[in-house]
Design a binder for this molecule. Structure first.
Ligand code: GCO
Ligand code: MG
Length: 412
C-alpha cells in the first residue's frame, strides 16, 4: 500500500525519452512518460527534485488524490513541465493499479468500446513523386488514414518532410525531427505562408486524383497561419474532403478559431501543445473544433485527459490524441488504453518508433489491418529494459525553428 521508490530514467535510443518508474513496497512497478521534446531535463528536475520526495511512502492506490495533491499543492499551476511531470505519475499509478488487478488499463477505464483504433501515419515528400511513394508505402503497411505534408517551391527545409531527415534505424527513412537535429543549436528552417497557401490545394488535388476519394487524408498547419489565412486554406481544401486540418493557427489564441470556423467546413483539430482542460474549455463549449489533439503525456495523464474528452463528448467532439515519435512507447500505450475505452474516439496518430526504441521499451500493443490495440497484458503493457536504456545516454537536442525571407522569426 505504499510507494517505496521512484526513479527518473533518461534514455536516448533514436531520441530522448524521460520515464518515471514507480516501485511499490510489494515490488510492483509502474511506468509513466514525461518526455517534453527539446526541454527534457526541465521535467527531469521537476520530477526528481520536487515530486519524487513526495511520492515515497504515499499510497499507490490513490490515483485521483495524488493527481489533485500534485496539481494543487504546488500552487503554481499548468504549463508543459508541470503537467508532463504529473502525467508521468498518473500513468505509472494506472499501470500499477492494472498490474495489481491483473487487468489491462482499458478494462479499469470501463472496458473496450471498439475492437481497435483507427490510426494515421505521416506520408511526406518534397515533390509529388516522393510524396506518392510515401503514401503507397503507408498503404502497404496497412494504414487506413494518412497525413500529407509536402515541400513548398522556393523553400529549402520545412516542417514534416522525410527527405530532410536521417533514417532513424526503423527501416524506411521517415520523417522524424530529432536525429538530424542533435547539437548545441536549433536548426533554422524557412517559411513563406503565401507560397504555401498557393501550393497546398494543388497537392491535395493531385493526391486525390492518384489515390481516389475514399482514404481519409489529414494535414498539419503547425501553427503557422493567421486566422484569415487559415480560413482561406480551410476553404480551398474543401473539395478534397480532409479528415482534419490541424493546428491551423497558433494555439494560444483560441478566439482565432472562431473566424476560421465561420468560413470553412474543413474539420479542425488542435491541442498538441495544450496542457489542461482550461486550454480546451471555450473551444469545446463553442464547438470551434472537431478533434482534441491533447497528448496523455502533456495533458496531465490518463485521469485528466479522460475528463477533457468526456467533456468534449457532450459536444460530439472526438479524440485525436497526439502520437509522434517524441511521445514514448509508454505515452503511446496510455493513449491506446484511453482511446479503446472512451466512446468518442476519433483517430490515433501513430508514427512508429525506431528499432532501438522498441528494444528499450518492451511493448504488448498490436498493429493489424490499420488498427492499433494496446494488448491485454496487465497495466499499460510496457516494460523498460534498464540495460538497453543504459546504452543510450541523454543527448542535447532542439526542435528546429523558422525564419521568413527577411529574417523575421516565425512559428515553426
Ligand atoms: C504532430 C506534431 C509533431 C510535433 C512534435 C514536436 O502532429 O505529430 O505536430 O510532429 O511537431 O511533437 O515535438
Ligand atoms: Mg501536429
Amino acid at each position: 500500500m505504499t510507494i517505496d521508490r521512484a526513479d527518473v530514467i533518461v534514455t536516448s535510443p533514436d531520441r530522448n525519452f524521460v520515464t518515471l518508474k514507480i516501485t511499490t513496497a510489494d515490488g510492483v512497478t509502474g511506468l509513466g512518460d514525461a518526455t517534453l521534446n527539446g526541454r527534457e531535463l526541465a521535467v527531469v528536475a521537476y520530477l526528481s527534485e520536487h515530486v519524487v520526495p513526495l511520492l515515497i511512502g504515499a499510497d499507490e492506490d490513490r490515483i485521483e488524490d495524488t493527481w489533485q495533491f500534485l496539481y494543487r499543492s504546488a500552487y503554481w499551476r499548468r504549463g508543459p513541465v508541470t503537467m508532463a511531470a504529473i502525467a508521468a505519475v498518473d500513468m505509472a499509478l494506472w499501470d500499477i493499479k492494472g498490474k495489481k488487478a491483473g487487468m489491462p488499463v482499458y478494462q479499469l477505464l470501463g472496458g473496450a468500446s471498439r475492437s481497435g483504433l483507427l490510426a494515421y501515419g505521416h506520408a511526406s515528400g518534397k515533390e509529388l513523386p516522393e510524396l506518392f511513394d510515401s503514401v503507397r508505402s503507408h498503404l502497404e503497411q496497412g494504414y487506413r488514414a494518412i497525413r500529407i505534408q509536402t515541400g513548398v517551391p522556393g523553400l529549402k527545409a520545412i516542417y514534416g518532410i522525410a527527405s530532410q531527415a536521417a533514417d532513424t534505424g526503423g527501416g524506411e527513412a521517415r520523417y522524424d525531427h530529432e536525429p538530424a537535429r542533435r547539437g548545441a543549436k536549433p536548426v533554422e528552417e524557412d517559411w513563406d505562408t503565401r507560397a504555401y497557401l498557393h501550393h497546398l490545394p494543388g497537392v491535395f488535388e493531385a493526391v486525390r486524383n492518384e489515390f481516389g476519394p475514399d482514404i481519409p487524408l489529414l494535414h498539419d498547419g503547425h501553427h503557422r497561419m493567421t486566422p484569415i489565412q487559415a480560413a482561406k486554406l480551410g476553404k480551398s481544401l474543401e473539395p478534397y474532403d480532409l479528415f482534419w486540418l490541424e493546428d491551423c493557427t497558433p494555439a494560444e489564441n483560441q478566439e482565432a478559431l472562431r473566424l476560421v470556423r465561420q468560413h470553412t467546413t474543413t474539420p479542425l483539430a488542435i491541442g498538441e501543445i495544450f496542457n489542461t482542460v482550461w486550454d480546451f474549455k471555450d473551444i469545446i463549449r463553442d464547438q470551434l473544433i472537431d478533434y482534441v489533439r491533447g497528448a496523455v503525456t502533456h495533458m496531465g495523464g490518463i485521469s485528466a485527459l479522460k475528463k477533457t474528452l468526456d467533456y468534449a463528448a457532450m459536444y460530439q467532439i472526438k479524440s485525436g490524441m497526439h502520437g509522434p515519435t517524441d511521445i514514448s512507447p509508454v505515452g503511446m500505450a496510455a493513449a491506446m488504453h484511453l482511446g479503446l475505452a472512451i466512446h468518442n474516439f476519433g483517430i490515433q496518430e501513430y508514427m512508429q518508433h525506431g528499432a532501438k526504441t522498441d528494444q528499450v521499451f518492451e511493448q504488448s500493443f498490436t498493429w493489424r489491418n490499420g488498427l492499433l490495440h494496446p494488448g491485454d497484458a496487465p497495466g499499460l503493457g510496457v516494460e523498460l529494459n534498464v540495460d538497453e536504456a543504459g546504452k543510450y545516454p541523454y543527448e542535447q537536442a532542439y526542435l528546429p525553428y523558422n525564419r521568413l525571407a527577411d529574417g523575421t522569426v516565425h512559428d515553426w
